[in-house]
Design a protein around this ligand. Structure first.
Ligand SMILES: *Cc1c(COP(=O)(O)O)cnc(C)c1O
Length: 475
């Protein structure tokens, strides 16, 4: 049994050492990947070594090597070695972090890590905190708590009576809020059509004047969703204006800060979050900017009593926590759950407060460097104020008729070249290149190397652009 772990550790080392050489993206089409995988479930079981070898061989060609510091797609961090080692231990120990009784270690470590995180994120130590799979689930959890709390205020018990016949809830969201907020509202049964959408400025920040007008229309229960770090531009909603007004009105204020909330950990960037601590709930991810492996999201609620009202129906075998004992499942929708606190504990010890600040500062500095370099490229413009780790760039050579198709084609060429990886997004109706610097290890050399790759892809695409796209085969 031990050999399998020893062998795997060796393979892990080899993988780490090869990471810089491997093409980052996947170039094989799906069918080829599918055909390369042995898909027969064996009648008799294979031994461990064989099964693991089959997994490595099957998955290998379809892996995106996103731990490479020149991976800039979506908002995806590269997990550190320490965090991965702690993740292995989490699996090895196989704890169920549901209740204190099912794993005292997981329970106590979550408690400790929770305190560290609240400090780092600039929030009060008395807040409730739960560990979930990602910001989608953190948004869902926080908004469910918000819905229940707002309905209780209007003498409606949603846990007993559900939403049938309940008072109407106004939900205020920015025009450029993340799709997972919309998903959460749909999942909660509140219905997307009941969202009151607030206009954004060109950077994706909620317009305060528009917010004020809409808030005035709200009469009963209300939830306001603001954003720390727009997934495209990295922009922050104006918390110091919005939050006090929403509080005055008695609305619940939720902050989606999947990556932007980490700006609080940097003395140089925390001003971006000014006023955020006066909200009622927050959602963030550790698997993005904190560079821990998937999956790891965090939900925080100002009032821990209200947070725990999320789940008042309890399993007979768990019961309410005895005083001083944390039941991890009381703070999240899940029951049985992974002990995600272990990874966070080791990752945060490894980084220290300074290391977390350095991730943020480096990401911002490298994004700036990208922006400066991109501006030197003919017909390339940077579309956002680069105040965080996100860069939006649109290529608009005058000889190109279909600018959207050109930007998409350049991104595809960059991905296929394998030297770096970035994707596209839609920004004000246009297809643009999006760069997210979310890996702590990205250096200025990585930025320069990536800029070379981007330039080369532009040249090649310009040369090819004389051939209509419909006439081109897949490269
Ligand atoms: C990534 C992101 C989410 C969703 O996070 P997941 O970890 O994918 O669930 C939500 N909001 C914002 C602003 C994000 O950037």
């Amino acid at each position: 049994m031990d050999d399998i772990f020893l062998n795997l550790a060796q393979k892990a080392g080899q993988y780490n050492r090869s990471l810089d050489q491997l093409p980052i993206g996947v170039t094989h089409p799906r069918q080829q990947l599918r055909d390369g995988i042995d898909d027969k479930l064996p009648e008799a079981g294979e031994d461990a070594e064989q099964a693991i070898r089959a997994l490595i061989n099957s998955a290998g060609p379809g892996l995106i090597h996103s731990r490479n510091p020149r991976y800039f797609g979506f908002v995806i961090g590269g997990a550190t070695d320490t965090a991965i080692a702690a993740d292995w231990l989490t699996s090895l120990w196989d704890q169920n972090a549901q209740a204190y009784n099912s794993s005292p270690a997981a329970s106590i470590i979550e408690e400790i890590v929770g305190g560290w995180l609240l400090d780092l994120l600039g929030l009060n130590r008395s807040c409730g905190i739960g560990f979930v799979t990602g910001a989608q689930m953190a948004n869902f959890t926080a908004l469910t708590v918000a819905r229940n709390a707002q309905l209780q205020k209007y003498d409606w018990n949603p846990e007993l009576h559900g939403l049938q016949g309940s008072p109407h809830i106004d939900i205020l969201c920015g025009e450029s809020c993340h799709a997972t907020i919309h998903s959460a509202i749909r999942l909660m049964g509140l219905g997307q059509k009941n969202i009151r959408t607030i206009a954004s400025d060109p950077q994706g920040r909620m317009k305060f004047s528009a917010f004020k007008k809409v808030l005035e229309l709200c009469q009963g229960p209300a939830i306001v969703c603001v954003q720390a770090g727009n997934v495209n531009s990295g922009a922050f909603d104006p918390f110091t204006e919005i939050i006090p007004l929403a509080r005055e009105k008695g609305a619940w204020i939720h902050v989606d800060g999947a990556f932007g909330l980490w700006a609080a950990a940097s003395p140089d960037r925390k001003h971006l979050l000014s006023g955020h601590r006066d909200a009622d709930s927050w959602a963030t991810d550790a698997h993005k900017w904190l560079n821990v492996p998937y999956d790891s999201g965090i939900v925080i609620v100002r009032d821990p009593q209200v947070h725990q009202s999320l789940k008042t129906a309890r399993c007979a075998y768990t019961g309410p926590a005895k005083s001083g004992q944390r039941n991890g499942s009381s703070w999240v929708p899940e029951n049985s759950r992974r002990a995600r606190g272990f990874v966070l504990y080791a990752a945060l010890r490894n980084l220290g407060k300074k290391g977390v600040a350095a991730i943020v500062d480096n990401g911002c500095a490298m994004a700036r460097a990208f922006a400066d370099e991109l501006k030197q490229i003919p017909h390339a413009s940077v579309l956002n104020e680069v105040s965080l780790n996100q860069v939006l760039c649109r290529l608009q050579p005058p000889s190109v008729a279909d600018t959207d198709a050109f930007n998409s084609a350049v991104a595809l060429r960059i991905q296929e070249a394998g030297d770096c990886w970035l994707g596209t997004t839609e920004w004000h109706g246009n297809i643009v290149l999006r760069i997210s610097v979310s890996n702590r290890a990205t250096t200025i050399q990585d930025v320069r190397q990536s800029i070379s790759s981007i330039k080369k892809a532009i040249e090649l695409e310009l040369a090819a652009a004389t051939i209509p796209i419909s006439k081109r085969g897949r490269r």
